[in-house]
Write a protein that binds this ligand. Structure first.
Ligand code: SAH
Length: 234
């Protein structure tokens, strides 16, 4: 399944954590107050993570000025990084604990993985595009996220060697939740994913594994890039 593998071998923590200067810290505080706290993001740990992670450092430099506006931003390979509110909402829904092992499908820039890494014990993230996986791995390393492992491959199959996971997050939309991911979720674990076709309204679904099956809750209508690869095969 995997065509390449990037393990986080070491951290460059302090250099990276100081990278957001005062200007960006102020913009982040404003983003948290205006776009998250005033809406339904209430979990203090999620708010603290959103205030801490330097979103601008995960996108191209020409986008830094708008990195804390509440809208999606373009990545290379025709992909996008979700608006901060959706990142915070998905993270909050997962009710993460400090010891949780989390699987993310769709690494993109690595920003969502960094937010989760602030709240969980260990993050495993899979990206289909080799160039995105490489950039994300580098950004995560530079910012001290030694508890994140990035793999390049098709996330449809999950990461069986590291299963079971306490939580799973998809940031690309399949038409149906891939069965291997459900299988790799532990009993009581949570999975959050946008589900629906490319031209349909997708629904953000939160599933909780209960007696081997998912109890599903609809969270919000959303629009994500489609999940490519095996998920597209009928
Ligand atoms: N979470 C990201 C945003 C990701 S956008 C961030 O914080 O920046 C969705 C990503 O899913 C894209 O990078 C896309 O290449 C990836 N993707 C699409 N299909 C995939 C698949 N089958 N397996 C892994 N990644 C996939």
């Amino acid at each position: 399944m995997s065509i390449c593998f990037f393990a986080m071998m070491h951290s460059n923590a302090e250099a990276g954590r100081n990278a957001g200067d005062d200007r960006y810290s102020a913009l982040r505080r404003q983003m948290v107050a205006q776009d998250l706290k005033s809406r339904d993001i209430k979990n203090p740990a999620v708010l603290a993570a959103m205030e801490k992670v330097p979103r601008h450092m995960f996108v191209q430099e020409n986008l830094w000025a708008e990195a804390y506006d509440d809208h999606p931003l373009p990545l290379t390979e025709n992909q996008t990084i979700s608006q901060p509110y959706i990142v915070a909402l998905m993270t909050q829904c997962l009710k993460l604990e400090k010891t949780d092992r989390v699987l993310e499908i769709g690494t993109g820039s690595g920003y969502q993985a960094a937010v989760i890494a602030e709240l969980a014990g260990r993050v495993y993230t899979i990206e289909l595009h080799k160039s995105l996986a490489g950039h994300a791995e580098k950004a995560l390393r530079e910012h001290g996220y030694a508890n994140v492992s990035v793999r390049c491959g098709d996330g449809f199959f999950g990461w069986p060697d590291e299963a079971p996971f306490d939580a799973i997050i998809l940031t690309c939309a399949p038409e149906q939740l891939p069965q291997p991911l459900i299988d790799q979720l532990r009993e009581g674990g949570r999975i959050i994913a946008p589900v629906g076709g490319e031209l349909q309204v997708q629904e953000l679904l939160l599933g909780t594994k209960t007696q081997g099956r998912l109890i599903i809750q609809n969270i919000a209508p959303v629009r994500f890039v489609p999940m490519r690869g095996q998920a597209e095969k009928k």
